[in-house]
Ligand binder design. Structure first.
Ligand code: FE
Length: 283
């Protein structure tokens, strides 16, 4: 069993439109990359054209998993049918456990300017898909920042780094690690991950150098996702323009996944039940 985490494959996202006409790049949850268990979807949105985002995501349901919104720029207001409401600001994160069901909206709190960020969907184990909905919401100043050698900056959104920095998000069911890493030009980055956790990097600025299983160099450009092999030690280096990327890892659930739009269950019958419950107003 290799101890080193190598890049198994790289994939670009694909342009997608969701909600009421929001343009984005779908990185996980696309025909090319269905899922990376337990991660069901990763969208990246970034635009300073209001027509790309102004429609937002009007009222819609979720059941059976968690949605994680991490904003880089702009503001998003969320509201749900249980009376929860708030605004996510740059550098802030909202980790929403939809559980048995929630109906919410996610709308830009701006009419112009840049809106940029990510939405990640994290699956829940079968025994917890019908748990009560819950939120973990943290502004930028509640997200610890680790300063490493050569000016590397690591924002710890979820989980714990190898040097002990603990992010504010706690989710023992999938034990997620969610890091936003910024490297100046030509800077190395090392991290230790649980051997069997699913892990990937998504580069959103600059260029990142890594190695594949044959020790050949692999270069990840902005907009590319690199799927990592199992293993423990990850070593990356930014190229001449520096790099900024997400490093995300979590424990796979290894169970059947049945998707039906905003519902992600284990069987088709459970998805049909979700639609029936939603239509009956039982969310
Ligand atoms: Fe949603």
């Amino acid at each position: 069993m290799p101890e080193i985490r190598e890049i198994v494959t790289t994939t670009p996202g694909m342009p997608a439109t969701d909600g009421a006409g929001v343009r984005m790049t779908r990185i996980i949850g696309s025909p090319q990359l269905d899922m990376l268990d337990p991660f069901l979807l990763l969208d990246c949105f970034e635009s300073d054209r209001p027509e790309d985002y102004i429609g937002g995501f009007p009222s819609h349901p979720h059941r059976g998993f968690e949605t994680v919104t991490y904003l880089l720029a702009g503001r998003m207001r969320h509201k749900d049918n249980a009376g929860n409401e708030g605004v996510i600001e740059p550098g802030g994160v909202q980790w929403m456990t939809a559980g048995r069901g929630i109906v919410h909206s996610e709308m830009p709190e701006q009419e112009d300017g840049l809106l940029a960020g990510f939405q990640l969907w994290v699956n829940l184990p079968a025994a917890h898909k019908m748990d009560a909905p819950a939120y973990q919401e943290h502004p930028a100043n509640a997200i610890p920042t680790e300063s490493r050698a050569q000016g590397a900056v690591v924002r710890v959104i979820a989980g714990q780094t190898s040097t002990g920095t603990l992010g504010p998000i706690v989710q023992p069911l999938t034990d997620p690690l969610y890091l936003d890493v910024e490297l100046p030009p030509g800077t190395g980055f090392q991290e230790t991950l649980p051997h069997d956790h699913t892990a990937f990097v998504y580069v959103f600025r600059g260029t990142l150098d890594a190695e594949d299983a044959n020790a050949n160099p692999v270069r990840l450009h902005a907009g590319e996702l690199g799927i990592l092999s199992h293993g423990e030690r990850l070593t990356l280096r930014s190229a001449a323009a520096g790099a900024r990327f997400l490093l995300i890892a979590g424990r796979p659930l290894n169970k059947p996944v049945a998707r039906g739009g905003p519902f992600v269950m284990n069987t088709r019958a459970e998805v049909r039940q979700a639609f029936a419950d939603y239509e009956a107003g039982d969310f």
